[in-house]
Design a protein around this ligand. Structure first.
Ligand SMILES: [Fe+2]
Length: 350
């Protein structure tokens, strides 16, 4: 199985991608709305067929990327039916399983942080995705939504601590850079529920946490009750000037075929050396030449009234050129994918 742990710095949320290697079928757990372009690029670049986005619960601290992903690649949205949220395609219940290729995730209801919290366990019981039920050396708070410390105590003790000691715990969040733990470790060292902690100890601890009210709750919960569909009902606009693709590396790129048909609408910036500009590969007619090592000092010379497409030999130096222009404040800018070599191989007119 291919496994990736992704992170959203704003909400400290972990997103997990699990892939069956043979069929390339995949599931994405706890995606984040603002990270949609990143996740979609990874799925595209790895050639995956995303079957499901699963949410461990109705989050209060971020909006799920589930609906955006469904709109982009047709994945189905999985959530507990307890919340009665809209746009849910797959109702996840205790004891159910989610299959992707030869792999499967077992669904365990672990309520307490919210009513509908779920944990997902791989078939071999080597990994568990615990959402906000069990965190690394902590547990999810129980003081809002349908929080209930008694229920959480029983969920963790009966549904999670019964997994094997070496089962790796992948939490929904961490605020201190800890990426994972194990069931055995948490059973001993979790300061709230580990060791000999009794239910009354746990409940007393949870009642006295005095945490600040989550900042995003007023926005996040209503949006998550729609599976992450924006209030407008539509996906936020992608760059309106052309079919720009954001790569997993975070780079806006555009295909040479589109550029060839829209030359009059854009500004071409070539960042190779002057010698390369006039060598056998030649250059695109009307392109402005600013070598990459001079670009930072000369960004003011690049016109901002039209979208800018940055060009080099293979698309590598122009990638950095694109990022330099973005940093300088240009919003409509993209890298020419594959550079002059791809342009020539495609037989496009210079
Ligand atoms: Fe949560």
């Amino acid at each position: 199985m291919i496994f990736r742990q992704l992170f959203d710095q704003v909400s400290s949320t972990y997103t997990y991608l699990l892939v069956d290697e043979q069929t390339r079928e995949a599931v994405l757990i706890d995606s984040v709305f603002e990270q949609h372009a990143r996740d979609a690029a990874l799925i595209r670049e790895l050639g995956l067929k995303l079957l499901y986005t699963l949410d461990t619960h109705c989050h209060a601290d971020h909006v799920t990327g589930a609906w955006l992903m469904k709109a982009a690649v047709g994945s189905r949205i999985g959530l507990s039916p307890v919340y009665e949220a809209k746009n849910i395609d797959l109702e996840l219940i205790d004891g159910g399983s989610v299959r992707f290729g030869a792999e499967a995730l077992e669904v365990r209801a672990t309520p307490g942080h919210t009513d509908g919290c779920l944990s997902f366990v791989t078939n071999d019981h080597k990994m568990v995705f615990t959402g906000d039920a069990l965190l690394v050396r902590a547990v999810g708070r129980t003081d809002f939504q349908q929080g209930d410390a008694h229920r959480l105590f029983h969920s963790i003790r009966e549904k999670l601590f019964t997994l094997p000691d070496d089962c790796i715990v992948y939490p929904g969040h961490d605020y201190q850079g800890r990426t994972s733990s194990t069931i055995g470790e948490e059973r001993v060292h979790n300061p709230r529920i580990g060791g000999a902690a009794r239910e009354e100890d746990f409940v007393g601890y949870m009642r006295n946490l005095a945490l600040p009210h989550p900042k995003q709750i007023a926005v996040a919960v209503p949006a998550n009750m729609r599976g992450g569909q924006p209030e407008s009902g539509k996906a936020p606009p992608t760059p309106e000037w052309g079919p720009v693709v954001i790569t997993y590396a975070g780079l806006p790129e555009i295909a040479p075929e589109w550029v060839a048909c829209h030359r009059a609408e854009i500004h071409l910036l070539d960042v190779r050396s002057a010698a390369e500009f006039d060598d056998e590969l030649g250059h695109l007619e009307g392109a402005q030449l600013i070598p990459l090592d001079e670009l930072r000092a000369r960004t003011a010379e690049v016109p901002a009234d039209r979208p800018v497409v940055v060009v080099c030999q293979t698309g590598k130096r122009s990638a950095l050129g694109t990022l330099i222009l973005e940093k300088a404040g240009l919003t409509r800018v993209a890298n020419l994918a594959g550079g002059m070599l791809t342009w020539r191989d495609a037989g496009l007119p210079s």
